[in-house]
Design a protein around this ligand. Sequence first.
Ligand SMILES: Cc1ncc(COP(=O)(O)O)c(C=O)c1O
Length: 460
Amino acid sequence: MRGVDEVITLEAALEASRREVTSHFASHVNPPLKSLLALIGADRRYVRASGATVFDEEGREYLDFLGGYGAVNLGHNHPELLAALERVAERPNILQASINPLVSALAASLARVTPGRLAKTFLCNSGAEAVEAALKLARAATGRTDLVSCTNSFHGKTFGALSVTGRARYQDPFRPLLPGCHAVPFGDLDALAASLSARTAAAFIVEPVQGEGGIILPPDGYLAQAQQLCRDTGTLFVLDEVQTGLGRTGYLFAAERDGLEPDIIALAKSLGGGVMPIGACIATDAVWRRAYGSRERCLLHTSTFGGNTRACAVALKTLEILLRDDVAAQTRRKGEQFIARLRTLAAELPIIKEVRGRGLLIGIELQVADDAPRWAREYLGAAVCGLLLQEHGIITAFAFNNPNTIRFEPPLVVSEAQLDRAASALAEVCRRCRTPGDAAVQLGRTLLKSKVRRLFGTAP
Ligand SMILES: Cc1ncc(COP(=O)(O)O)c(C=O)c1O
């Protein structure tokens, strides 16, 4: 008979030592990732989180300026979201042969709050799945096969989403990808017009601000004109608001700033309030009906967990809180002040090349000389993130597609004092790191000190 001692119980997992945790991770999850996290000292164990703050097992407090890459806009463990889970604890979570009242309510709410005339929602479990749903819907609705996207974009790592992601490093090991996908430079309307002119594209998919690409803002007017080009050529205009949505850029949806009316929107991340995984693909009635509007076609695209009760309960409560507390307007105000402060720092500190952002989606690009060695070009961002973490308790990350851009993406509930603390920490680190070499040496020293402290209980 198989025994329960074959598995690690939840209770034991919660109590496991740091050594056990890292050893299981290295043996059974991802050894190089474990080493990379250790390299910047990010292999610590966090045991408590609330709002923009997390605590490690030694009781040290950290500020989370990574914000789950946009998944915890309302902060960690928002009490009203945890209460929403409690509220539905006795309901069936998954029961497909029924109409779930929370699915109906969430879809109706999304139709009301999203821009333009979006009306029909498909629920899934992640951003990549929301993008998959959008791409399939576009093909099924138009009968066309081509998909146009942007270079330097990020739409997720499933096959379809990866096929429209503009990053060869993620794509190359998995080729051949979906046929008919074409990338045009972000911001280049002539290239887009040329690509759509054959009228074979089902959709043009674009992020309102490129997130993983390094927080790249489009030129003013680009998105509205791209939308018009789509209309003129019968191409569906798909906005990927997985990261920009739900208040992040200072608007409930980034589309609102430019008065856009997309045919389809992909949403995920903070729709689940950082508590439950959920994604949504929301389309206009006309588009949806052309794709799936008959009994034969209404089940063409489905997901077992899509629309489960708990995820929907949290999503409904998330929307309610975002609107009730006017989180988007607060984010706009905090973001403007914070970006202005960071730009002042950039003017004083040569290692900061540029500060870009909208709302609290902010990228700080570091200066690396063109002839700098490869390690400096690839790891300066990581070294600065490591110092921010080790010395100031600020959790950040660099952009996947642009490793010298550090992302500041705190929960939108972050306080002004916490924003001040992060800006001062960045200034302190950047003052000491005039070159990539300085940053590497400083981080090495700090990590060594912390290792000695862990081993002997005292710093050298
Ligand atoms: C714009 C955008 N689209 C899609 C995705 C993929 O989301 P997920 O990781 O939930 O699959 C991301 C993730 O970072 C994203 O930023």
